[in-house]
Design a protein around this ligand. Structure first.
Ligand code: GDP
Ligand code: CA
Length: 313
């Protein structure tokens, strides 16, 4: 079974980690959102890409969900003391990643090639691709503050403003990063990780050519919404503010035009029949990944489900 997984940060990285434990590097590739990328202090920061790579490398800070473990904050404290912008926390080790990425980008190297080299240095054996090498930036439209950059909404404003919509700046002129369409084309099944549909998965699908490549394959998505709530982050709040009741069904409806199979949490078992009535093969199980073993257990179920679905297709 060859799998291409689409992922944002935290939720995506957890399932990608489980899948990477079970599938060999030639049977799993991970395509990651870069719509959250931000330039700060002249540095190019790719939060979701780093979360996925750090997680696969075993370097991630599991408590925060971002940055590296055993992190120190000397540089950041110095910036804060000087009155610099202190809303975006950057650890010392993490800064090293951003320094080197920025240096190489300034030399004209593409993000995908830099990511490949970083993965090799960190011991990540599975291919990890940014969705694109071009700058695509998620913009969040809000009631209170108008249009915000994603990190301004997410970190600076702590997701407080009410959202009215999203825009992926630069997406029309972007192309899938080298390797992305090949990974999707070679996959027997595409797995949409339990990531935020609005700001982690939609930006990936908005890159010209990616949605069509995904739709051509059997696709299995895992719900990031459990019992109407998110485990972490603003996905449920976004659904509610956009006038949609947050639920696993709302996620399945979001992906409905191209979705083959859907995995939701066992607490949402009551929604299985409704989603199945749309022609989506639906399965309920424990989808909470609070330990490394739970990531692997869910990944095992996802792969088994992909096998059933790929066979039927
Ligand atoms: P971000 O880019 O760091 O916000 O991360 P993602 O978009 O990849 O993931 C955010 C989503 O992951 C949230 O909607 C969470 O509800 C979901 N999530 C986090 N942990 C889990 C988990 O253990 N199980 C499931 N099913 N969803 C999770
Ligand atoms: Ca993110």
């Amino acid at each position: 079974m060859r799998v291409a997984a689409l992922a944002g940060g935290v939720g995506g990285a957890k399932l990608a980690y489980g899948l990477a434990r079970l599938l060999s590097p030639d049977a799993l590739s991970v395509i990651v959102n870069t719509g959250d990328d931000v330039e700060l202090f002249g540095l190019s920061i790719s939060p979701d890409l780093d979360t996925v790579c750090y997680t696969l490398a075993g370097l991630a800070n599991e408590e925060t969900g971002w940055g590296q473990r055993d992190e120190t904050w000397q540089a950041f404290s110095a910036v804060e003391r000087l009155g610099g912008p202190a809303w975006f926390h950057l650890g010392d080790r993490d800064l090293g990643t951003h320094l080197e990425r920025t240096r190489r980008l300034a030399n004209g190297e593409p993000l995908s090639a830099i990511t490949r080299d970083f993965c090799r240095a960190w011991g990540v054996r599975h291919p990890v691709f940014p969705m694109t090498d071009q700058a695509v930036r998620t913009r969040v439209m809000t009631v209170e503050l108008g249009e915000l950059s994603f990190q301004s909404y997410f970190v600076e404003q702590q997701c407080r403003p009410r959202v009215t919509g999203f825009r992926f700046e630069g997406v029309e002129a972007s192309r899938p990063a080298p390797g992305v369409l090949e990974a999707l084309g070679q996959a027997d099944c595409i797995v949409v990780c339990p990531s935020n549909p609005w700001v982690s998965i939609d930006p990936i699908l908005a890159i010209p050519g990616i949605r069509q490549a995904v739709a051509a394959k059997p696709v299995v998505a895992v719900s990031p919404i459990i019992g109407g709530k998110t485990v972490k982050g603003p996905a449920a709040k976004m659904y509610a503010e956009l006038g949609i009741e947050p639920s696993a069904s709302a996620v399945a409806r979001h992906y409905r035009p191209w979705l083959t199979g859907f995995i939701l949490d066992q607490v949402d078992n009551g929604l299985v029949n409704e989603i199945a009535s749309w022609g989506i093969i639906t399965k309920a199980t424990d989808t909470l990944m609070t330990s490394l073993d739970q990531r692997e257990r869910l990944a095992k179920e996802v792969i088994a489900f992909c096998e059933i679905i790929a066979e039927r297709n």
